[in-house]
Design a protein around this ligand. Structure first.
Ligand SMILES: [Zn+2]
Length: 347
């Protein structure tokens, strides 16, 4: 049975959309990985404008300090300790009961990413770390699915459309993730909510072009915007694919195979999770200590750095080693530990 598209009339009135393209949007299948700041704005925009098959994947739950910018959540969700994917689904179904929203409370990683993206028309990045983004990039290149990168911190944002084999992929631009000491996160450097709205709106616009069958209309290059200074810049063009790119040109999928990225294990009986990395980092404790000083009590020596902090009423102890390995005490939950690592150490 065909669904009623009249609710989207103000959108398809716009000549570049029209009724036929609107139907295309409504029948398309989209996966959103990460439903925090960027993800909630993207989901809100897309479900209102006619994306009726949306899978939302998120590993986290709603916290009070999310409400500053994560538009689908409220204080009740914080009180009820709701996972973000579930809270988002509940709101979105009230906004658009025609939409079929699938909420998956899980950590997107090499073991599940291919199932999450296969058969979709588009994948959207609402995550907060490069590890997951490289994994999304490889899965989407492998299965020939367009995806839209987005990221922001402080007053700055970045976004880029990746159409496998036709435009540069994430690895064409960034051969490897920047080291943690050079990577501010929203939890260490803060974030202004207007930049979230701008980046996610740009991602949503490109999504609408792709889902309405106008992939050739997507904008090119890596777009950078500074909301405080109202300044934008575009790096690169659609044609500048790196001929040596290990992912889109040589199809070497190191994140998908599990050879690269974070590894985790719970430490039995210690209420702790260990996160190790294989990318031979050499951490600068001084810079990390400056990042963590306002979060908790930081101590360090030549071999390790410790930070005791409290988050949502729970005490944690994060121990970081020179090679990027960390032990997070205070939880047995791997998703929670990965989330803490991404928030405070990054990458
Ligand atoms: Zn590439």
């Amino acid at each position: 049975m065909s669904k009623d598209i009249s609710r989207y009339q103000r959108q398809y009135l716009f000549p570049k959309i029209g009724e036929e393209r609107q139907r295309k949007i409504s029948s398309s299948k989209v996966t959103l990985i990460g439903c925090g700041a960027l993800g909630t704005v993207i989901a809100n925009t897309l479900v209102r404008c006619g994306v009726e098959n949306l899978t939302i994947v998120d590993r986290d739950f709603v916290e009070l300090n999310n409400l500053q910018r994560q538009v689908l959540f409220n204080e009740e969700d914080v009180e009820n300790n709701l996972p973000k994917a579930i809270a988002a689904k509940q709101k979105l179904e009230k906004i658009n009961s025609q939409a079929n929203i699938e909420a998956i409370v899980a950590d997107a990683n090499y073991s599940n990413i291919e199932n999450l993206v296969k058969g979709r028309d588009l994948v959207l990045d609402g995550t907060d770390n490069f590890d997951v983004r490289y994994t999304i990039n490889e899965a989407c290149v492998k299965h020939n699915i367009p995806w839209i990168y987005g990221g922001c911190v402080g007053d700055q944002g970045l976004t880029m459309v990746v159409i496998p084999k036709k435009t540069p992929c994430l690895s064409c631009y960034f051969q490897s993730a920047p080291p943690p000491e050079l990577t501010p996160t929203c939890d260490t450097a803060g974030i202004l909510s207007p930049i979230v709205n701008i980046v996610s709106s740009l991602q949503s616009m490109e999504a609408i072009k792709i889902l309405s069958g106008q992939i050739e209309q997507t904008t090119e290059g890596l777009y950078s915007y500074n909301v405080w200074e109202k300044r934008s810049q575009v790096f690169g063009t659609k044609q500048e694919i790196d001929p040596e790119c290990p992912v889109c040109q040589k199809e070497k999928f190191e994140y998908l195979s599990g050879d690269k990225g974070m590894r985790t294990s719970t430490l039995c009986g210690r209420n702790a999770v260990q996160i190790s990395r294989d990318d031979q980092l050499k951490i600068d404790f001084k810079i990390i200590a400056e990042k963590l000083e306002h979060i908790g009590k930081v101590t360090s020596n030549a071999f390790l750095l410790k930070c005791d902090f409290n988050e949502s009423g729970k005490d944690y102890e994060l121990t970081l080693f020179l090679d990027g390995r960390a032990i997070i005490k205070g939880t047995n939950d791997i998703s929670r530990a990965k989330s803490i690592y991404s928030k405070y150490i990054s990458v």
